[in-house]
Design a protein around this ligand. Structure first.
Ligand SMILES: Cc1cc2nc3c(=O)[nH]c(=O)nc-3n(C[C@H](O)[C@H](O)[C@H](O)COP(=O)(O)OP(=O)(O)OC[C@H]3O[C@@H](n4cnc5c(N)ncnc54)[C@H](O)[C@@H]3O)c2cc1C
Length: 330
């Protein structure tokens, strides 16, 4: 049995943790967030008309790999995820719309974060723990946290955080892997969240847009397990989000709501806010599923290895775990 710390309890960290625990290792995950989700987070809002839950990060996921297919079957049975039955369309540059084809799209029941919560079931995942540094050395790693305390020793440390936050954690130990992380490029995304006290007139539940400030709009209340008043998420396109990155949340929320008015009819929202994802979606991934320095017992995984998708984050975490399990030195 090897003692393993995983920094980051998003879906990649959860996938790695579960495989390693199933293989008999002692796994502890640390995450700086307040609860499970990462970029699959759900914002819970209390309004005069009840509680709403909005997925301001990832909207849905497709399921192709064998590992994720098996996991999704379990999460579905547990009631944590389900296919999204909404009417999804795409709106072209000329304003015409057509159905958004493709594979089944899965979402969390009651919130996308429920998927990560289900993936972490049975794992020792600790939240509100931001790791600042990996210290010690091979065979006896320790983690230093933002509050100043340390945890360890661990024989293996795996880093499952966005590329931009991976480099600084590992550059002293595995400079080549840090350089790979530094070469990855992500686009930001501003996400506006609007709650209404009357139905929004739109003949769709979600739309992907080819041009304009918005890239995606979604009636959150069309997703399974959501109650409360009508709630919409409006994602700024990568280009628009880059241009408006340093504006205030209020300015951005208003601008995205104005853009939404070109595609729907509504009265003034009873709640309007925005969240900035600085590192939302990978534009240029590392290109291989994981990084693993066996002689040191240090590894990296996450969507940034393969591309901007939940299924890639999961595949990366599982692939790193398989490499750790196969390592002859452990
Ligand atoms: C706006 C937006 C829309 C998206 N839409 C889709 C979509 O429709 N479909 C799709 O498939 N994908 C989508 N994605 C991408 C998808 O969310 C990601 O690919 C996936 O969630 C990445 O998982 P991960 O585990 O690699 O990283 P994350 O989910 O980012 O998890 C990393 C975790 O590490 C933690 N962390 C970071 N630094 C530290 C530290 N120093 N110490 C401790 N913890 C730390 C964070 O709190 C976080 O929980 C979207 C993402 C965004 C932001």
């Amino acid at each position: 049995m090897t003692t393993i710390a995983i920094i980051g309890a998003g879906l990649a960290g959860a996938a790695a943790g579960l495989s390693l625990q199933e293989a008999g290792h002692q796994v502890t995950l640390f995450d700086k967030g307040r609860g499970p989700g990462g970029r699959m987070s759900t914002r819970r809002m209390e309004t005069a008309l009840g509680t709403v839950r909005l997925d301001h990060g990832a909207q849905f996921f497709t399921v192709r790999g064998e590992g994720l297919t098996k996991a999704v079957a379990g999460w579905t049975t547990a009631g944590a995820c389900s296919p999204w039955q909404g009417k999804l369309i795409k709106i072209g540059a000329d304003g015409t719309s057509e159905p958004l084809g493709g594979d089944d799209r899965y979402v969390g029941v009651g919130g996308m974060n429920q998927v990560v919560k289900a993936a972490l079931e049975g794992l020792d995942a600790r939240f509100g723990r931001q790791v600042l540094a990996i210290e010690g050395g091979p065979g006896a790693w320790s983690l230093r946290f933002a509050e100043g305390e340390r945890e360890g020793p661990y024989e293996v440390v795996l880093v499952a955080v966005p590329a931009e936050q991976t480099g600084p954690l590992i550059s002293d130990w595995v400079p080549h892997m840090a350089r790979e992380a530094e070469a990855v490029r992500s686009a930001p995304c501003w996400a506006a969240m609007a709650v209404f006290d009357a139905p929004v007139e739109a003949d769709y539940d979600a739309a992907r847009l080819e041009t304009g400030p918005l890239s995606w709009i979604s009636r959150e209340t069309s997703k399974p397990g959501r109650g409360g008043p009508e709630a919409w998420v409006l994602h700024g396109s990568p280009a628009w989000s880059k241009t408006h990155l340093e504006e205030t949340a209020d300015e951005v929320a208003q601008a995205l709501l104005t853009a939404f008015a070109d595609h729907a009819t509504f009265t003034a929202p009873i709640s309007l806010t925005a969240h900035r994802w600085r590192y939302a979606q990978i534009e240029q991934p590392a290109g291989t599923p994981f990084g693993w320095a066996e002689s040191l017992g240090l590894g990296v995984c996450g969507d940034w290895r393969l591309g901007p998708r939940i299924e890639y984050a999961f595949a990366s975490g599982q692939a790193l775990a398989a490499a750790v399990i196969e390592s002859s030195t452990l």
